[in-house]
Structure formats: C-alpha cells, structure tokens
Design a protein around this ligand. Structure first.
Ligand code: G3P
Length: 227
C-alpha cells in the first residue's frame, strides 16, 4: 500500500518527502483553500516536490464544465490526476477525460456500487471516505474491504485509495483491507512513526554506547599510567 499525503501544505509535503515515505498527494477544495494558495500554483509547487500522482479536484458541477476544468488541470503537470465527484455529471466528465488519457480519481465514494460505476468509466483511483462514514455511525473501513473484494472478484484494475483517514489505526486497517493507497493527513503520518519503546530504545542504545566508550577511555588512561 502506497502512502499519500492528503494536504496542500507545502511544508508538510516537503517534510514527508524528506522522510522518503511519500508516493503521492491528494488535495480537495477545502485543503487548497486552507493552504491559502491559488489552485494552479499549489499543484505546480507540489509537483516540484513529489514524483507521483497528485490529485486536483474539479470545483464545477456540470459535465462540460468539469471536462474543461480537467483538461486545464492535466496541462499543469503530467502527474496530475483529475478528481471528479461520484455523480452522473462527474462520471460523465471522467469518462471523456479518461478517454483522452487523463487519469481520474473518483471522489466522495461511500458504497460499493459507486465504486463499480467509477470502474466503468476507467477511473485510475476510487476514493472511499472512511472517516465520514464513521462520523455518521457506519463502519467506513467495511466499504474499503468490500470494494477491494468486489474489484478482485471482477478483475477491475481501478486502484482503491482509502481516504478520509483520521488516525493511525485507520492506516493499518486500510492496509489489511487490501487498499492500494492510503491518503492521510500529515499528523497521522507523523504519528505512524511513533512508539514509546522506539524512543526508549534509542535512548538506551546511545547511553550503552556512550558508557562503553567512556569505560574504554578510562581503561586506556589507566594502562598508560602503569607504563
Ligand atoms: O481528501 C478527501 C478526504 O481525505 C477528506 O477527509 O477528514 O475531510 O473527511 P476528511
């Protein structure tokens, strides 16, 4: 399972890329607005840092508008994946764009049937939103499991991109469910590194090493005095 960042914050993307664990980025209109940059500037900047798929979401509602928007986004950088919503207009636009060789991420997916529709238009990614289902009392990860199962049963190549992941346990569960990609907020990626035994272990290794080194130094000094 590849790890993507779900953010448009350049500092976060730069940091995660530096850790060597970042394979792509997803954005949405909320994240772009929060980052306070123009859409195009943000995507072009991200493309300079990450050599992997970068999802840019359309912000119009009709098929024709989304097609025009998608073509514009795709011209920004070859790594741009155009995100369309899972509506008849969104999928209609996605189909036109996919036929032109533009990769499509179908977003706001909450059911297996929506994922099957996305596969029909040749979507590159399907994005089931786990956290938002959890928010309304449904088990979001179950939808990821079932989409993976249905896609495997049907030999569908669309990649399952688990989205709206809110904590590290979601990431583990997405991997166990067989998701191809997990897109996560920066703070979740940071949290994935953390374990108290890792911190204690580092402290102990360094202390042991330093003690042994100091002991050897003392012994060498004592031996030199005897001579
Ligand atoms: O980018 C789409 C998705 O990951 C959003 O997550 O937390 O706003 O439901 P969230």
């Amino acid at each position: 399972m590849k790890l993507f960042l779900d953010t448009a914050e350049i500092d976060e993307i730069r940091a995660a890329a530096g850790w060597g664990v970042l394979s792509g980025v997803t954005t949405n209109p909320t994240l772009i607005a929060r980052a306070g940059q123009e859409h195009e500037d943000a995507i072009r900047e991200i493309a300079k840092i990450v050599n992997g798929p970068i999802s840019a979401e359309t912000i119009t509602k009709t098929k024709d508008e989304m097609v025009a928007e998608g073509r514009r986004y795709a011209a920004w950088h070859p790594n741009v994946v155009v995100k369309v919503v899972c509506t008849p207009d969104g999928l209609g636009a996605g189909k036109v764009l996919a036929a032109e060789g533009i990769r499509i991420n179908v977003t706001l997916c909450f059911t297996v049937n929506q994922a099957l529709l996305a596969a029909e238009i040749g979507a590159y990614f399907i994005s089931p939103f786990v956290g938002r289902l959890d928010d309304i009392g449904q088990e979001g990860m179950q939808v990821v499991r079932e989409i993976v199962q249905a896609y495997r049963a049907q030999n569908i190549k669309t990649q399952v991109l688990a989205a709206s992941l809110r904590h590290p346990v979601h990431v583990t569960e997405a991997a166990l469910a067989g998701a191809d990609v997990a897109t996560i907020p920066f703070k979740v990626m940071e949290a994935m590194f953390k374990h108290p035994l890792t911190d204690l272990g580092i402290e102990r290794f360094l202390k042991d090493y330093e003690q042994a080194r100091a002991e050897r130094e003392r012994e060498a000094k004592a031996a030199a005095k005897v001579r």
